[in-house]
Ligand binder design. Structure first.
Ligand code: 2P0
Length: 338
C-alpha cells in the first residue's frame, strides 16, 4: 500500500472504426448508435492519472497536463459523486475516506482536444483510478461513459464494441470486448498529425447540432450502422482486412458527410486530410486490393489502419508526399495498465 494512498493508472486511446456521433440523452451520454473501436498501445498515446485523498486536504484539486485547473467540470463531479455513492453502498472503504478531499493529476502524452481521442483515454483513466482508490466493483465502461461517451471503449484493450442499449437509465449502454489485443497481431495504426491545434467545434457540440439539424444522421443510425456494425465485428473476428478497411473508410466518410449536413455545417477535415484520403485510395488502386484504411475523428488528423507488412512502404509514401510532416507514428494494439 502506498503510504500516501495514491493510485496511478495508465489508459489507452481508442480510435473508432464505426463512429459514435449523436446522443439520445445528453446527461447520461447515451448514443443513438453502436460503435466499434480499436484500443491502441499505451507506449505512444495514453493518459496517465494519479488520484490521492488525505484527511488533511482542504479542497479537491485537479491538475491537467501540469496546470492547476478548477475542479468544477460537471462531468468530473458527476463521475466522482457516482463512484462515492457506490463506495458508500458497497461499504468498500471506511466512511471517513469518503469525506476526505481528493487530488487528481492527469496528463496526456499527445495533443489534447485536437481530435485525437484525449477525452476517451482521460475519462477511462480517471474512472479506473477512482474505482481502484475507493475499491468499488462495478461495470467501469458504464462509469467511463458518464465522463465521455467514447471513454467507455477505452476500459478494454483490443477490439471493442459500445452497445448503444435501449434502456432510458443507460444500464445497458456499455462496452464489451470483441477480441483481445493479441487477436490480430499484424494490425497497426499509423497516426498522421495534420494539426495539433484545438478543434473549433467540440465533439459534444458538433454531435448535438447534428442530431438537431441533420436528416442524414437519422438514416445513418437507423439503417446503416446496425448492419455495418455486425459486418465489422465479423470482419474483425475473421481477420478479413479488405472488408474491415472498406467499412472503416465508408464509416469515416459518412461521419464527415453528416458534419456537412449539419446546419450550420461543421468541417473537421482540411485540404491535407483530403490529400491523405486521395493518397490511400491511389495506393490501394496501385496494389490492386485494399491495403490501407483511413479514418478521421472530429479533427483533421488521420489514423491509418494497415497490416505490419505494409508499414515501411506506406511510411515512405507519406514522407514523399508530405515531406514536412514530422510527428507521424506507428502503433499496435494495447490494454489498460494498472
Ligand atoms: C468516436 N468521436 O466514435 C467518435 C468519432 C469523435 C468522432 O467519440 O460528448 O469526446 O464526451 O460523449 O466521446 C468523440 O466524442 O464525446 C467521439 P462526448 P466524445 O470516437
Amino acid at each position: 500500500m502506498d503510504p500516501l494512498n495514491r493510485v496511478t493508472v495508465v489508459a489507452p486511446v481508442n480510435i473508432a472504426v464505426i463512429k459514435y456521433w449523436g446522443k439520445r440523452d445528453e446527461k447520461l451520454i447515451l448514443p443513438i448508435n453502436d460503435s466499434v473501436s480499436i484500443t491502441l498501445d499505451t507506449s505512444i498515446m495514453r493518459a496517465k492519472t494519479t488520484v490521492c485523498s488525505q484527511p488533511d486536504f482542504s479542497e479537491n484539486q485537479l491538475w491537467l497536463n501540469g496546470i492547476k485547473t478548477s475542479f468544477t467540470n460537471p462531468r468530473l463531479l458527476n463521475c466522482l459523486e457516482k463512484i462515492k455513492h457506490l463506495a458508500a453502498d458497497q461499504q468498500s472503504v471506511d466512511p471517513a475516506v469518503l469525506s476526505w478531499k481528493i487530488h487528481i493529476c492527469s496528463e496526456n502524452n499527445f495533443p489534447t482536444a485536437a481530435g485525437l481521442a484525449s477525452s476517451a483515454a482521460g475519462y477511462a483513466c480517471l474512472v479506473i483510478a477512482l474505482a481502484k482508490h475507493y475499491k468499488i466493483k462495478t461495470d467501469l465502461s458504464i462509469l467511463a461513459r458518464i465522463g465521455s461517451g467514447s471513454a467507455c471503449r477505452s476500459v478494454f484493450g483490443g477490439f471493442v464494441r459500445w452497445h448503444a442499449g435501449v434502456e432510458s437509465d443507460g444500464s445497458d449502454s456499455r462496452a464489451t470486448q470483441i477480441a483481445d489485443s493479441s487477436h490480430w497481431p499484424e494490425m497497426r495504426a499509423l497516426i498522421l498529425v495534420v494539426s495539433d491545434n484545438k478543434k473549433h467545434t467540440s465533439s459534444t457540440i458538433g454531435m448535438m447540432n447534428a442530431v438537431k439539424t441533420s436528416d442524414l444522421i437519422k438514416y445513418r443510425a437507423e439503417y446503416c450502422v446496425p448492419k455495418r456494425t455486425d459486418k465489422m465485428c465479423e470482419a474483425i473476428l475473421k481477420k478479413d482486412f479488405v472488408k474491415f478497411a472498406e467499412l472503416t473508410m465508408k464509416d469515416s466518410n459518412q461521419l464527415h458527410a453528416i458534419c456537412l449536413d449539419t446546419y450550420p455545417p461543421c468541417v473537421y477535415m482540411t485540404d491535407v486530410s483530403h490529400k491523405v484520403v486521395e493518397m490511400v485510395h491511389a495506393y490501394n488502386d496501385m496494389c490492386g486490393e485494399i491495403k490501407v484504411a483511413y479514418t478521421f475523428d472530429a479533427g483533421p488528423n488521420a489514423c491509418l489502419y494497415l497490416l505490419n507488412a505494409d508499414v515501411p512502404r506506406v511510411l515512405t509514401l507519406i514522407k514523399h508526399l508530405f515531406p514536412s510532416s514530422s510527428s507521424d507514428f506507428v502503433t499496435g494494439l494495447g490494454d489498460v495498465e494498472e
